[in-house]
Ligand binder design. Structure first.
Ligand code: SF4
Ligand code: SF4
Length: 494
């Protein structure tokens, strides 16, 4: 019998097995070893259910209207799941959760800005107000909570601007950079997460030690910053998005450093050569204090050399606002001549859900007179594609990490000035992918700028019930992703 992962919908088919994890075709689900993990999202066997229609229906029936267990009045001492004992309605409960998610996202960006010595009192004060309004018996007003979410969006924009300023003032404005993907001969350290500060400190401490430093996932854009690319031992990238880490980390016997999200619970085979820093922590994995990376360096040297991998593929990154806007006169000319019909911002968090295939197909099927801006780890769905250029304007432009959504906003504002058009009248469509709560903060940033007609996937946010979805659809024309070709036709007006 086939089994389905309730987290990511991966289907375990006994006829196929899971050869990448050493499971032979013909292995029944019950015979899988206990330590077997979902190859897509990494959860254990306990998160699988038999793939029978009835089971799916049953699960859907069990969906909760709300879930709140934050005070001692909670129903049956376990949780208010239909309406609060205090009278809190499901939509209010979900808006409170949404506000907390946006606040978490803002906090992540503010944390990285503070690592570089930058902070903002107005944002900090908003975080206090936002947290406080979700406390028991404080705010039961859905309209006010929507207002707070939009304010969270504004504060997130401000925080992303602050972090961008911190990155640029510390490391210089990114420049387009080609990054080889694959191993070079020598000992190595693989760095994942988002903290450029931790990467910089590691690069300083590894200088002259013969160690190659590689990026993984959201660390890829680091290669574009002059203040980081000057370190010649920052040699390239290994692997792709965050959820390939169990495969990538197992494949390359190097020391691994997780500097923030997204780190997954490690496999036994590499946990003794994995380290975390900053907010990231994992059980049985050594945490680095005060950015003293001596244990990581010692582990890397002890592990010895990687062999050189031939025929490395190349990824491009490092397009800052200045680089893109230096092309503005050419872009204007090409748009006016009908040679660029539309810009797409396709980005956000990548996710192992099968629905995320949409983003690959969407970019693959775009007409050749369109340009794709991208950012965050959602780019791994298509950044190996060679989309070429339109008279010198690259058709695929990687703006950086998820916080670089602010660069996309700056570019959109500059284009609207260039063409004398309102933001919503620009030939620009935003196709968002979301996974974690920084994406919730970015969604509210874009909504607070009154950007309409965005597409969102790979699924609609779970915190948004029918009331909230209706509000987002009627007010902002937010659309769930559908069929890539149909969506492209609709956007291009065909
Ligand atoms: S705050 Fe209200 S909804 Fe939440 S647990 Fe307490 S009584 Fe239930
Ligand atoms: S963009 Fe989101 S999903 Fe991707 S690595 Fe960063 S935090 Fe994780």
């Amino acid at each position: 019998m086939k089994y389905r992962c309730v987290v990511c919908d991966y289907i375990y088919d006994p006829e196929k097995g899971d050869p990448d994890s050493g499971i032979e075709p013909g292995t029944e689900f019950e015979d899988l070893p206990d330590e077997w993990l979902c190859p897509l999202c990494g959860v254990g066997k306990d998160q699988f259910v038999p793939e029978e229609e009835e089971t799916v229906k049953e699960e859907k029936k069990k969906a909760l209207d709300m879930f709140c267990y934050q005070c001692s009045q909670t129903a049956r001492g376990t949780g208010c799941t239909t309406v609060g004992v205090c009278g809190k309605q499901p939509t209010v409960a979900r808006l409170q959760d949404n506000l907390l998610f946006a606040i978490k996202g803002i906090s992540a960006y503010l944390y990285h800005a503070r690592e570089l010595g930058y902070t903002d009192d107005e944002v900090s004060a908003f975080l206090e107000e936002g947290f406080f309004s979700t406390l028991t018996n404080v705010n039961f007003d859905a309209h006010k909570l929507i207002e707070m979410s939009l304010k969270a969006g504004e504060m997130n924009t401000k925080t992303m601007q602050l972090l961008k300023k911190a990155h640029i003032e510390t490391y210089g404005e990114p420049v387009p950079t080609e990054v080889p993907v694959g191993a070079f001969k020598g000992p190595g350290i693989l760095v994942t997460g988002h903290s450029l500060k931790n990467l910089e400190d590691l690069l300083i401490q590894t200088e002259g030690k013969g160690i190659n430093v590689y990026t993984h996932s959201e660390m890829l854009p680091a290669h574009g910053y002059p203040g980081l690319k000057k370190y010649k031992h920052l040699v390239g990238q290994l692997g792709g998005p965050w959820f390939d880490q169990k495969k990538t980390f197992a494949k390359y016997p190097v020391a691994i450093l997780g500097t923030s999200n997204c780190v997954l619970l490690p496999k036994d085979e590499y946990k003794e050569r994995m380290f975390t820093s900053g907010v990231a922590e994992l059980p049985e994995v050594q945490h680095i204090e005060n950015n003293d990376f001596t244990p990581v360096i010692e582990k890397s040297l002890e592990l010895g050399n990687l062999e050189d991998e031939p025929n490395k593929k190349i990824l491009s990154t490092g397009f800052g606002a200045s680089t893109v806007l230096s092309l503005a006169p050419k872009i204007k000319e090409l748009v006016e001549a009908g040679k660029i019909k539309r810009f797409f911002l396709v980005g956000g968090c990548d996710s192992p859900l099968p629905q995320a295939e949409y983003y690959t197909k969407f970019v693959e099927k775009l007409p050749e007179d369109t340009v794709v801006l991208t950012l965050a780890c959602g780019k791994y769905r298509f950044n190996e594609m060679d989309l070429g250029d339109i008279e010198g304007v690259p058709r695929l432009i990687d703006l950086g990490q998820c916080n670089d959504a602010i660069v996309a906003v700056d570019i959109a504002v500059a284009l609207s000035e260039l063409f004398g058009l309102e933001l919503n009248d620009l030939p620009l469509t935003i196709i968002l992918s979301w996974m974690e709560q920084k994406a919730a903060a970015i969604l509210w940033s874009l909504l607070s700028l009154n950007i309409k007609g965005m597409y969102i996937g790979p699924i609609l946010p779970g915190w948004a019930n029918e009331d909230i979805i209706n509000y987002l659809v009627t007010t902002y024309d937010l659309k769930p992703i559908g069929d890539p070709e149909e969506d492209i036709k609709a956007i291009m007006g065909e």
